[in-house]
Design a binder for this molecule. Structure first.
Ligand SMILES: C[S@@+](CC[C@H](N)C(=O)[O-])C[C@H]1O[C@@H](n2cnc3c(N)ncnc32)[C@H](O)[C@@H]1O
Length: 214
């Protein structure tokens, strides 16, 4: 469900925001043609939001959990400082070649490090702290990600968490079987209760929380 919720408004937002770079519209098209569950891609509007947030921060180091086909990786990379690095993690090896194809085509190839595997195992092994982290992977594990990500976030660093409204399901009574919604509800509470983080939920697309480490 989209919260800013009609096609006409969506079209207006896209037409009056920065234009999606051509390489990203190509990637969006190829993702829709060739990849299962293409709706997971950030897309033009959210992509421009990620890009502008990254440009405002001008990070030296970014961590992304959930590369998918690399669309959001390339959006976030637009804000990197010169020689900055984005580390991006995905567990699905079938996506690796498509990610590589577009990273190579882009002007950010040397700024991107791809990690293949379970992010819960990879993050603790990363030897960096980050200025910006984008969490967009397995919802069921969101609560497990919170501590291990905040430890890696620099003071003043920003954490972006995607899908925090989960199709509006966080507003309703949750069935015991619905583990993803339960996890997201728990994550939203945990994040809001953290005394070391200030957070606000933006009702954009499926909900994005923007948090800053104090
Ligand atoms: C919603 S998609 C990411 C979309 C991408 N950020 C974008 O905006 O285009 C979620 C991705 O998380 C990956 N994923 C799921 N569980 C994971 C895990 N435990 N570790 C790393 N990646 C995982 C999936 O393979 C999938 O590609």
């Amino acid at each position: 469900m989209k919260y800013i919720n009609n096609e006409k408004l969506d079209e207006y937002l896209i037409n009056h925001s920065e234009k999606e770079p051509e390489i990203l519209s190509d990637l969006n098209r190829e993702t829709n043609l060739k990849v299962l569950q293409p709706r997971m891609i950030s897309g033009a509007f959210q992509g421009r939001l990620l890009s502008i947030i990254s440009k405002i921060i001008n990070p030296k180091k970014i961590l992304e959990i959930g590369t998918f086909t690399g669309y959001s990786t390339l959006c976030l990379a637009e804000g990197l400082e010169k020689n900055g690095q984005i580390h991006t993690v995905d567990i699905n090896e079938e996506l690796y070649d498509l990610q590589r194809k577009y990273f190579k085509k882009s002007s950010f190839n040397s700024n991107i490090t791809q990690h293949l595997g379970n992010a819960l195992e990879i993050i603790p092994k990363l030897d960096h702290d980050f200025d910006l982290i984008f969490l967009d992977a397995d919802k069921i594990n969101y609560p497990k990600y919170l501590d291990i990500l905040i430890i890696r976030l620099k003071k003043g660093g920003v954490l972006l968490s995607d899908n925090v409204l989960w199709d509006g399901k966080v507003l309703n009574e949750i069935s015991q079987k619905d583990k993803s919604t339960k996890a997201i509800v728990e994550y939203n509470k945990m994040l809001n209760n953290r005394t070391d983080m200030d957070s606000v939920i933006l009702p954009i697309r499926d909900g994005i929380t923007i948090s800053i480490k104090k």
